[in-house]
Design a protein around this ligand. Structure first.
Ligand code: 5GP
Ligand code: MG
Length: 196
């Protein structure tokens, strides 16, 4: 029996809240093998820093990094955007930037998903303003096929998906589901129950 929002309190398996799975763990890992091979070839011999955007890219970052056998450094940054009224104000607050791992190095920015592109372009812009990297490239687990308000394309994309809301493998809905080993689409009734 499903109790709607009540499931949260019962501790039911979060996998039960999915309508369908888009990518199982095995498929994600196989794709990361390919992506990591390209990244390794592209950055060999260069001072590389992988910069993960918290929190959504943490699971992706951990699995990807362990497939890149280069002497890289790791950093994490947080990004918060502030929306004034209906239009995005375009103001992005960048937290946690450590210039010691960025200045004079090739930066590979990691995010969970490319949606409007405002996060990735905003974070890259702030890093350029606040520090001195040799280069910034970007890598996302997922990219939605859609028109974007800003001109931004990730250099490395694991999977392209339709424009729908997904969770799992780092991606959340109200801070839940980040620990799912797969990426999937939530059941409509779960989303509706959260809004009540
Ligand atoms: P953008 O700035 O490209 O519009 O959005 C990037 C951020 O929005 C992602 O890092 C993620 O936190 C959130 N986001 C966008 N689309 C989705 C989605 O389908 N599912 C989840 N869980 N988060 C999303
Ligand atoms: Mg998020």
């Amino acid at each position: 029996m499903r109790g709607g929002a009540g499931d949260v309190a019962t501790g039911a398996d979060p996998l039960d809240d999915l309508d369908r799975v888009l990518f199982h763990e095995g498929e994600i890992h196989r794709r990361l093998d390919e992506l990591a091979e390209r990244i390794t070839a592209d950055f060999r011999g260069k001072p590389l820093t992988v910069l993960a955007i918290l929190n959504g890219s943490l699971v992706f970052m951990a699995d990807l990094l362990r497939r890149i056998p280069l002497p890289l450094q790791l950093g994490c940054v947080s990004a918060a955007s502030y929306h004034g009224g209906v239009e995005s104000s375009g103001v992005l607050e960048l937290g946690g930037l450590d210039r010691r791992v960025v200045d004079g190095r090739h930066v590979l920015l990691l995010d969970d998903i490319l949606d409007s592109g405002l996060t990735l372009s905003g974070v890259a812009g702030r890093i350029r303003e606040e520090s001195d990297p040799l280069e910034i490239r970007s890598c996302v687990l997922l990219a939605k096929r859609k028109e974007r308000p800003v001109e931004v394309a990730a250099d490395y994309v694991a999977f392209e998906i339709r424009d729908e809301f997904v969770v799992g493998y780092g991606l959340d809905f109200a801070e839940r589901y980040r620990n799912l080993p797969c990426v999937g689409v939530l059941r409509a009734d779960v989303i509706a129950a959260a809004g009540r």
